[in-house]
Design a protein around this ligand. Structure first.
Ligand SMILES: Cc1cc2nc3c(=O)[nH]c(=O)nc-3n(C[C@H](O)[C@H](O)[C@H](O)COP(=O)(O)O)c2cc1C
Length: 399
């Protein structure tokens, strides 16, 4: 396979094998309606020969909103006209766009969403530390319905498909993991598979029923996490086999949960910036800052994994052995040579990048022209830390 050849997600034709991975924008109003910066961002990306663009995560219900200000949402018919502006500009420029839909579950805060935080269980996130409302069976069914509704609004708004966010510790991932899911109802852990798949199963069915089987549905999953009880290769394989049976249109494989977010986007740990802008660690007093820097962070940092090129590739390789569904590998792709190696030699269908496109929206044009091109992104992670602030997502090192 080649980077620059047509490729398919379901029946959707992409101009090449590169995705822009979901990237939170911070460009919507408090209801999640996209503003003019959101439109300009996707207008720019769509002019730059990216095969498929996946939007930042959009909330499907009020209690599933993230703590980051300016998150997109898609809750009713009234959102359609706003997103239509975005999809039509992308299509005019010859690109394809997929809306990522998500529910945060326990990975949010009551102060931000102005209501109780819900979870697959009452087990708190060690990062967000919020007291949780353990969703009852009826409430779980309501959320499944909302995922389907949001997918339908996305379809009506002209998106080429959706991506279900089942990675990074958000609600679907919370149901999947036995470390979190201790439910006794039908949404509990299947002892044979060692996973809680019923929630995702019914979400996929609901989306398919509402949008038809023709509408492309991607999914993002985590190959592993940082919890003490290991997510085994067997569990991962069972997850891929389940997605194979569900005939999903493409599987993007990432890593981890927001409990250790810097293992999802690996690289630098800008401690001073974290202390200034991160909503959980932000402290005003010099003394508190010192305590965090001296005692808390050195402990937390030990659990962080260093950046290495293509850092999630091994999961994509395992998945590729188990299914013919297109596999999308994300995490640490910075050079054309790496992308080429994975697509040509490892037979991985697609490569997906996030930070390089924040840094250089024209990255594709550059790698098309220069075989030795390396992204200017230095993994400083300023873009990631600043998601918590009121500022729009951008590359800070370019200034
Ligand atoms: C600023 C920023 C925002 C992100 N927003 C999302 C998001 O909305 N949804 C998602 O699934 N992943 C999100 N991610 C994770 C990326 O999609 C990707 O999985 C991760 O950054 C690794 O890829 P990279 O090395 O190419 O940056 C975000 C990452 C960053 C740095």
């Amino acid at each position: 396979m080649e980077i620059f050849e047509k490729a398919y997600i379901g029946k959707c034709e992409l101009q090449n094998r590169i995705f822009r991975s979901a990237t939170f924008e911070g460009m919507c109003d408090e209801n999640g309606i996209p503003g003019k910066n959101y439109l300009s961002l996707y207008e720019e990306l769509s002019k730059n020969n990216i095969g498929g663009i996946i939007t930042g995560f959009a909330f499907i219900s009020e209690e599933g909103k993230a703590i980051q200000p300016g998150q997109a949402g898609i809750l009713s018919e009234k959102y359609i006209e706003h997103f239509k502006k975005v999809t039509s500009v992308v299509h005019t420029n010859g690109s394809k766009i997929f809306l990522q839909i998500a529910h945060t579950g326990r990975q949010t805060r009551e102060t931000d969403i102005k209501q109780k935080v819900v979870g697959a269980s009452a087990k708190k996130s060690m990062y967000f530390r919020e007291k949780l409302w353990n969703l009852n069976t009826e409430e779980v069914f309501e959320i499944i319905e909302k995922f389907g509704n949001s997918a339908l609004y996305a379809k009506k708004a002209g998106f080429d498909g959706i991506q279900i966010h089942a990675a990074h510790g958000y609600l679907i991932h919370q149901f999947i993991l036995p470390t979190i899911n201790n439910r006794k109802d039908l949404f509990g852990i299947d002892p044979e598979k060692g996973l809680g798949l019923k929630f995702l199963d019914l979400i996929i069915d609901n989306v398919r029923n509402k949008c038809s089987d023709e509408f492309p549905v991607l999914i993002k999953i985590s190959g592993d996490d940082d919890y003490k009880k290991e997510f085994s290769k067997k569990q991962f394989s069972n997850l891929i086999e389940f997605l194979d049976l569900k005939k999903i249109d493409g599987i993007e494989i990432s890593y981890g949960t927001m409990d250790l977010a810097l293992n999802i986007f690996r690289g630098d740990i800008p401690i001073d910036l974290i202390l200034k802008h991160n909503k959980i660690y932000k402290v005003e007093s010099k003394f508190a800052k010192k305590i965090l820097k001296t005692f808390i962070f050195p402990f937390a940092i030990k659990k962080l994994k260093p950046f290495s090129p293509m850092y999630n590739l091994k999961y994509a390789e395992i998945a590729k052995e188990l299914t013919k569904i297109p596999i999308i590998s994300v995490g640490g792709y910075r050079e054309k040579k790496e992308i080429e190696y994975v697509i040509k030699n490892k037979n991985i269908d697609f490569v997906s990048l996030c930070r390089p496109f924040i840094c250089e929206p024209d990255f594709m044009i550059k790698i098309e022209e220069n075989n030795n091109y390396k992204s200017k992104c230095i993994n400083c992670n300023y873009c990631a830390i600043m998601c918590d602030s009121k500022f729009l997502t951008k590359c800070y090192k370019k200034e």
